[in-house]
Design a protein around this ligand. Structure first.
Ligand SMILES: [Zn+2]
Length: 168
């Protein structure tokens, strides 16, 4: 028997999620390698623009950097001071996230003794030796961002791409 609470959740969840999910969608995959001195985020934005990707995301990235600027978990719309600037050789253990114009990428970096630090990637990810990157593109969807008054941040909005085409 479904309780009143469960029934309420069943009715509530589809309404809440209608603007935050999409698909299924076919997937196109791109691979690229960056070299010493290249800044990863700048290079990825350039790649996305050149390829005219609408719903791109980073599937994997490994390599190394000489610096990085990260936003940490305590940061919010009112407290934007939780930002750290790293200036040392670091291994990229992971870099993942959505890669549309206002990207949302998180990175894990390991130092010379293997200790890791991670956070929201703001920039300065300057390649030390290499960055091997695989990018996915969801062919039927489009990523945009809209300010969410509940979080204070521009949050991901997922739209069917055909909807935007017919709207033109
Ligand atoms: Zn983040």
């Amino acid at each position: 028997m479904i309780s009143a609470l469960c029934l309420g959740l069943l009715l509530f969840i589809p309404v809440c999620n209608s603007f935050v999910q999409g698909g299924p969608s076919p997937l196109s995959v791109y691979a690229l390698r960056l070299g010493p001195g290249e800044e990863i985020l700048t290079s990825l934005f350039k790649f996305v623009k050149e390829k005219r990707l609408k719903a791109p995301f980073v599937i994997t990235c490994v390599g190394s950097v000489t610096k990085a600027t990260l936003r940490l978990a305590n940061c919010d719309a009112l407290n934007t001071n939780e930002i750290i600037h790293l200036r040392e050789r670091l291994e990229i253990v992971s870099l993942v996230g959505t890669l549309n114009e206002e990207a949302h990428l998180h990175v894990s970096l390991a130092d010379k003794i293997g200790k890791t630090i991670g956070g929201h990637a703001l920039g300065d990810l300057e390649v030390f030796t290499t960055a091997e990157i695989v990018i996915g593109e969801l062919s039927n969807l489009e990523f945009t961002r809209e300010m969410d008054e509940h979080t204070g941040f521009p949050e991901l909005v997922i739209s069917p791409r055909s909807q935007n085409v017919t709207g033109v």
